[in-house]
Design a protein around this ligand. Structure first.
Ligand code: PLP
Length: 396
């Protein structure tokens, strides 16, 4: 069966890009831990540099283990290829460095991953690149800050940590009309739950550190463009600037990704149970989870996602102090940033992941001081609910 015909994500995570090794038949893709690759002749070496022979040259430019992971994730997202990066941030900076010039303007979702905003607002500004971060859930907020110099719309949906959604199809229509590149950070959903390229995005980026690897033991990233011309541009910049992935790292992510679809089933089921529990708890004022009918964009979630993910945020009664108490009282949930692993993690964005965003900007983005974020893992839901129940009981 040709891998282009694989329909199900359950099949793709196990087989796309991954073939028994031709030398000994090893079922698991080998780790090609080699920085450089021997040429059979001077002519072959020259042909590889000229692009007439697609064999490997040097691991910063390409590696067979890394390629297996790139092909697997590209198949999951429906892209023309994948480019593995050393981290999710390397994926984001590579995309920006590939397309933005001095004087260009970028619009982003206000509640994005903290360092994405910091790098664009505080570091890319040094090169004369301007950034505006707005609530992209309203299309008019985007159009209101469009400039002649706007080149790119960078969205994260569901947003981090507010879980507000942005309509990918509507953004794609706007970007096509205005000639902008639409980039979607799909880390919070994984391609099992949401495939932005199918909804009209040009480029998807991932932090593989999260759901795709899924075991909180590797850092990595991936860029998946829709078009070959974008793939070529991104590949050139990535391999020149050097933010590429190591083959051992790629092998670890390949090992994790095989269970992605199974893990998503369980953690999403858990998340719905936990969100429902929280939403009726007397010590909880509000809960945001796209799978609750009370979420203001529940209809959009059902339309553009194949599930609701496993990220939840909520506000306990008594605000920040109570949030601290809950975080300090959990016994099963782990107090840690990051997300998408098999273990449930709990954190406080205003003082941790989003502490780098100034408070007025945080508030404007909906990242209030009382907001507690949970990445629901794959434990038994009864144990998770019992743990949160005893932690919430500590609130006076
Ligand atoms: C973690 C994360 C990143 C950055 O990824 P790293 O692998 O930590 O560099 C980017 N976007 C989102 C949504 C993330 O959660």
């Amino acid at each position: 069966m040709k891998e282009k015909t694989f329909r199900s994500p359950y099949t793709k995570v196990i087989h796309a890009g991954q073939h028994p090794d031709p030398l000994f038949g090893g079922v698991s893709v080998p780790i090609f831990q080699s920085s450089t690759f021997a040429f059979q002749s001077a002519e072959q070496g020259a042909a590889r540099f000229a692009g007439q022979d697609d064999g490997y040259i040097y691991t910063r430019i390409g590696n067979p283990t890394t390629k297996a992971l790139e092909d697997c994730v590209a198949a999951l997202e429906g892209g023309c290829g994948g480019l593995a990066t050393a981290s999710g941030m390397a994926a984001i900076t590579t995309v920006c460095l590939s397309y933005l010039n001095q004087g260009d303007h970028i619009i982003g979702t206000a509640a994005v991953y903290g360092p994405t905003r910091t790098v664009l607002e505080k570091e890319f500004s040094r090169f004369g690149i301007e950034a505006d971060f707005v609530d992209t859930s309203g299309l008019s907020n985007i159009t209101a800050c469009l400039k002649r110099s706007t080149k790119m719309l960078f969205i994260e949906t569901p947003a981090n940590p507010t879980l507000i959604l942005t309509d990918i199809r509507a953004c794609s229509r706007l970007c096509k009309e205005k000639g902008l590149l639409l980039v979607v950070d799909n880390t919070f959903s994984s391609p099992v739950v949401q495939r932005p390229l199918e909804l009209g995005a040009d480029i998807v980026i991932h932090s593989l550190t999260k759901f795709l690897n899924g075991h909180s033991d590797v850092v990595g990233g991936m860029i998946i463009p829709k078009e070959k011309s974008d793939f070529d541009r991104l590949r050139k910049i990535l391999t020149l600037m050097g933010g590429t992935m190591d083959p051992h790292q790629a092998w670890l992510v390949l090992r994790g990704v095989k269970t992605l679809a199974l893990r998503m089933d369980k953690c999403q089921k858990n998340a719905l149970e936990v969100a429902s529990f929280l939403s009726t708890h007397p010590k909880v004022i509000w809960v945001n989870y796209p799978g609750l009918e009370s979420h203001p964009q529940y209809a959009l979630a059902k339309e553009q996602m194949d599930g609701f993910g496993s990220m939840i945020c909520f506000g306990p009664k008594g605000g920040l102090e109570s949030g601290r108490r809950v975080i300090n009282s959990v016994k099963l949930c782990t107090r840690a940033v990051s997300l998408g692993g098999v273990e449930t993690l709990i954190e406080h964005p205003a003082s941790m992941t989003h502490a780098g965003v100034p408070k007025p900007e945080r508030e404007k983005a909906g990242i209030t001081d009382d907001l507690v974020r949970i990445s629901v893992g794959c434990e038994g839901e009864e144990d998770l609910i019992a743990d949160l129940d005893q932690a919430l009981a500590q609130i006076p």
